[in-house]
Each structure stands twice: as C-alpha cells, then as structure tokens.
Design a binder for this molecule. Structure first.
Ligand SMILES: Cc1cc2nc3c(=O)[nH]c(=O)nc-3n(C[C@H](O)[C@H](O)[C@H](O)COP(=O)(O)OP(=O)(O)OC[C@H]3O[C@@H](n4cnc5c(N)ncnc54)[C@H](O)[C@@H]3O)c2cc1C
Length: 299
C-alpha cells in the first residue's frame, strides 16, 4: 500500500534497519509511543513531515524479527518465500520523530494506534517491551518518495484531514510548517483523551472530531464537519488527507467537487481500510487493483 512497501525492491532511497525497543509510553487511550534505538539508526535519514517506513514484526511466538535476507536484490523474494506462520508481517508506519540525544544516542519514535489484537502490528505494539528487536525499511536520504506532503510552490494555505492513524503524520507536518502558514485541519480520533497536544508555528485552526462509538458513521460525521466549516481561507490551498480509505476518498470528493480545489493539489492516502488487512491491500496493489493515489485520478 505504501510506496516503501510496494516499490521497495527497486528503491535506492531506502535501506534496512534493526530497531530495538528502548521504551514505551501511553499517549492517549488509543496511542502508544514506542521509542526505538539501535546502531544502524546512525544511517537513518527521515525527511520529516509524513515520512513513512515499513516495519517487519515477528510472528506470534517469536520475540524478535528475523529476516532471511536484507540484500537489496533478493530480500523480497526470500521474505515472500518464508512459510506462513514464520514470515514477519510488513506494516506501514510514520516516523513521528527522529533525534540524536545529548548523549549521542539515535532514537526513533513511532506512535501506534492500539486497535485490539485483530491486527498483528497493533497486537505487537500492545505487548512491546524493552529489548525486543524488529526490522524496518526506512530512508537513507531525507528527500525520498515516502514523504508525501509536498505542497506546490504558490500554495497559500494547507487544509488537512487525518484520522488517528494519520495523526502522528499530521502532528509532524504541523511542527515543520513555516511560521504563519494558514492551516485548517480536521482530526478524527476514537476518544476524548486521544486529542493529543500539538505544537506548530503555523497559524492553525483545528477541529477535533471524537467518535466515541463503533465508527460506523465515520464518513458521514467527517463530511458533516467539513461542510459545517463554511468558506475557508486560501485561494490556492494544498490539501492533505490521510486515514481510513473510504473516508479519505469521500473527503477528497468533498474538496474537489464541493470546494473546487484543483485535484492536482490534493494529496490523499488510504492508511488502512475497514475490514482489510495490509496484506490484502498489498495483494491488490501487486495485482494493479488498488485505488489510485494519483492526484489526477478520477473521483
Ligand atoms: C503511509 C502510512 C503511514 C501510517 N502510519 C501509521 C502510524 O503512524 N500509526 C498507526 O497506528 N498507523 C499507521 N498507519 C496505518 C497502519 O499501517 C494500519 O492501521 C495497519 O493496518 C495496522 O496493521 P495491523 O497489523 O494492526 O492490522 P491489519 O492486520 O492490517 O488489519 C486487521 C484488521 O484491523 C483493521 N484495522 C487496521 N487498522 C485499524 C485501526 N487503526 N483501527 C481500527 N481497525 C483497524 C483492518 O481493517 C482489518 O480488518 C499508516 C499507514 C500508512 C499507509
């Protein structure tokens, strides 16, 4: 589903990293921050904003991720060829922050949404303890194609929608925007205490939408909130949308059809899809059946 996942075999901008869990911290009812360390992080080059990476998580019963090969030419075939039940699962996540501490230790934060044990990544995160090792494919150059947030020159406002899975990316984007950038944002989270503190030098107006339910009417709620906002400041907005795929598509239609935004200025990404695991989404991508993220694609 992600560029890193689907195109990784050919990607020169990415490399393998061994990530060791240093600590975990609960940020809200749905969010767990896992801070990773590891010597290989010295070569990790996050481009910031919504930089994503692919994690390989160990199958149940194994403490650490072991890949048969990390060679750029044959890792993919070797990984795919592993027997079911032994193959680490690959999942897309966001680099919430990369830093080097005052003591010179390289650290990486990833904020996991805990959505229960039905997903291997959520299950793994909920049980993560210090010392566990996973593997990742991440950037070795800061300018890489897994940074999707790329406002065109001349944009005069940023309009954003994110659900909880994209809130880490939205938070990182907000931190990086130039001072005074006009931002209008809608963030959808499951619970009140998932409204994480955000900091930004931008001139941002944020609307929080709290579901507090099973989320069946999530798309309708989001569209209602977008429509209720009335006219938005900005003649040449850049629109960034990420979250559940169906809701993201509906939000894109809203901005293109109801607010007449040039579709080339809308970056939209389905971070997950209700009822489908990432394997299923990847299988669709390999079969060429995945809904397009191309800004020019039909609605
Ligand atoms: C570029 C990119 C960046 C991402 N960044 C983050 C991030 O920083 N933090 C983060 O938490 N997620 C992030 N995601 C989303 C994450 O990859 C998916 O939620 C993924 O499906 C989780 O894997 P899993 O193994 O837990 O569930 P899967 O095995 O993939 O899915 C199992 C079931 O759970 C459902 N499901 C998946 N995710 C959720 C959810 N959040 N809530 C409710 N049901 C769900 C699926 O529909 C499916 O029915 C990102 C995705 C992309 C493409």
């Amino acid at each position: 589903m992600t560029d890193t996942a689907a195109d990784a075999p050919a990607a020169l901008h990415f490399g393998f990293f061994a990530l060791d869990v240093l600590r975990t911290r609960r940020l809200g009812r749905s969010f767990l921050r896992v801070t990773f360390g590891g010597e290989s992080l010295a070569d990790f080059r996050s481009g910031g904003f919504d930089q994503s990476l692919s994690l390989f998580l160990p199958p149940p019963g194994q403490e650490h991720t072991v890949l048969p090969s990390t060679d750029e030419d044959d890792w993919f075939a070797a990984w795919r060829g592993m027997p079911d039940g032994e193959r680490p699962v690959m999942r897309s996540y966001t680099v919430r922050e990369q830093r080097r501490t005052a003591e010179g230790v390289d650290e990486l934060d990833i904020d996991f949404v805990l959505h229960g044990d039905s997903g291997p990544a959520s299950r793994w995160a909920g049980r993560a303890v210090t010392g566990r090792r996973i593997m990742a494919i991440g950037p070795v150059v800061a300018q890489n194609k897994s940074v999707r947030f790329q406002p065109p020159a001349g944009s005069d406002a940023v309009w954003m929608y994110a659900d909880e899975t994209a809130l880490p990316a939205a938070a990182a984007i907000l931190e990086r925007l130039p001072a005074g950038t006009r931002v209008r944002a809608w963030f959808e989270v499951p619970h009140q205490d998932d409204r994480l503190a955000l900091s930004t030098p931008a001139d941002a107006e944020i609307t929080w939408m709290v579901r507090e339910g099973d989320g069946r009417d999530r798309t309708e709620q989001v569209l209602n909130a977008l429509r209720a906002a009335g006219p938005l400041a900005g003649q040449a907005p850049y629109v960034w949308l990420a979250g559940e795929a169906g809701t993201v598509r509906a939000a894109r239609r809203h901005f293109v059809q109801e607010r007449s935004v040039d579709r080339r200025s809308v970056r939209f990404t389905g971070y997950w899809r209700l009822g489908a695991s990432e394997e299923q989404l990847l299988a669709e991508a390999y079969a060429g059946q995945a809904p397009s993220e191309d800004p020019a694609s039909e609605l």
